[in-house]
Design a binder for this molecule. Sequence first.
Ligand SMILES: NC(=O)c1ccc[n+]([C@@H]2O[C@H](COP(=O)([O-])OP(=O)(O)OC[C@H]3O[C@@H](n4cnc5c(N)ncnc54)[C@H](O)[C@@H]3O)[C@@H](O)[C@H]2O)c1
Length: 397
Amino acid sequence: MFAFAKSGKTFLKPSIIGEQSVLLKTVYNSSQELSQIHKRFIHKNTNSPNVLITGSLGQLGTGLARLMRQKYGKDNVIMSDIIKAPKEILKSGPFIYADILDFKNLQEIVVNHRIDWLIHFSALLSSVGEYNVPLAMRVNIDGLHNVLELSRQYKLRLFVPSTIGAFGPQSPRNIPTPDFCVQRPQTIYGVSKVHAELIGEVFTIVNSVAQYYWQKFGLDFRCLRFPGVISADTNPGGGTTDYAVSIFHEALKYGSYECYLKPDTRLPMMYIDDCLNSLMSIMEASDDQLKQRTYNVNAISFTPKELTDAIKRYVPNFKVSYKLDGRQTIADTWPRSLDDTNARQDWGWNHKYDLDGLCQTMFNALQKQYNSPHMSPDFTNNKLNEESQNSFAATAY
Ligand SMILES: NC(=O)c1ccc[n+]([C@@H]2O[C@H](COP(=O)([O-])OP(=O)(O)OC[C@H]3O[C@@H](n4cnc5c(N)ncnc54)[C@H](O)[C@@H]3O)[C@@H](O)[C@H]2O)c1
């Protein structure tokens, strides 16, 4: 329960920033010096991990950086990508250029920033990957090899997201798809994710199966199979489940939506906060809690028709038409829901958002942006919102 400071060096425990500022006042006379130290203290937390997020300007990275910075300190979390960051991202904390294919540059970053955890988000998603298979192979497979080797060399804790797309038509689909079953995906995206799961796990011993990188090299590999992720503040990156984000925007913009999946195509989905919480939980789990290195995480499953009906509570005259494309073929091979019993048992995974909680949260965020005339007056005068909050609170678990 103490903090101390001496010129040029600072030490503190994470929960004692208040105490630390009192102590600093006694040690430093110059207010300028004090304010510089104060800044460094507040933003860089010496007891928290230093985290690098690759591909951090995508749908998942921006929210994760925000969450981790709140918890671990602003300067502890380095965002990176190969595209230009918007100004508000540049203002929010450290952002650097990092191409996942440039191993030497990644080494420099890990060394210079003393990275402890690596969150590997760079990828070409399922639909985009099918249009550029050679690039998907490079980014998703060669890029993965780079982060594995980097994590081995520098003893990093490595998180690699997997997906429902790592299953295929031979995987069980009439029951919630379990952690261990046949995986024969039919997209380069899915193949690259199975490759990632296996090459990471194969180095560990789990259930007497030789799991390679972990056992042989001591790599701390952690992986979750995410459903389709839905968020209001970032756009999806070209996956098969993207309709479940676009539909909210178009409901408000036009009062209508043309869906590329059949009305009865059931897929597992998850609100972004649940997704990011599951990631934080597995990264913070102790080794003893992890009985395996790749876990399914499940939240809700719905069809386009069921989502449309839920949206109509908010946008009463909402119309959806259907024009299928190649993404239907992909969706037809994917699980309808995931069995995540092991994640719930081993490290206490629990989701919060049900279908109405999801709609309420999405519309609360997006109506501010669109101020849509299609929105129900009951929402605008807060009646719907209150009803939803009551039912959401009652069903959240
Ligand atoms: N979004 C989902 O619904 C979902 C579901 C399951 C799993 N995942 C996985 O989560 C991860 C993040 O997904 P997302 O939705 O944020 O993806 P996204 O497509 O939105 O973002 C991916 C990012 O990777 C970057 N990138 C591409 N090539 C790169 C390279 N050579 N070097 C560095 N960065 C590069 C892109 O610029 C982009 O910002 C992916 O691995 C994805 O497979 C996502």
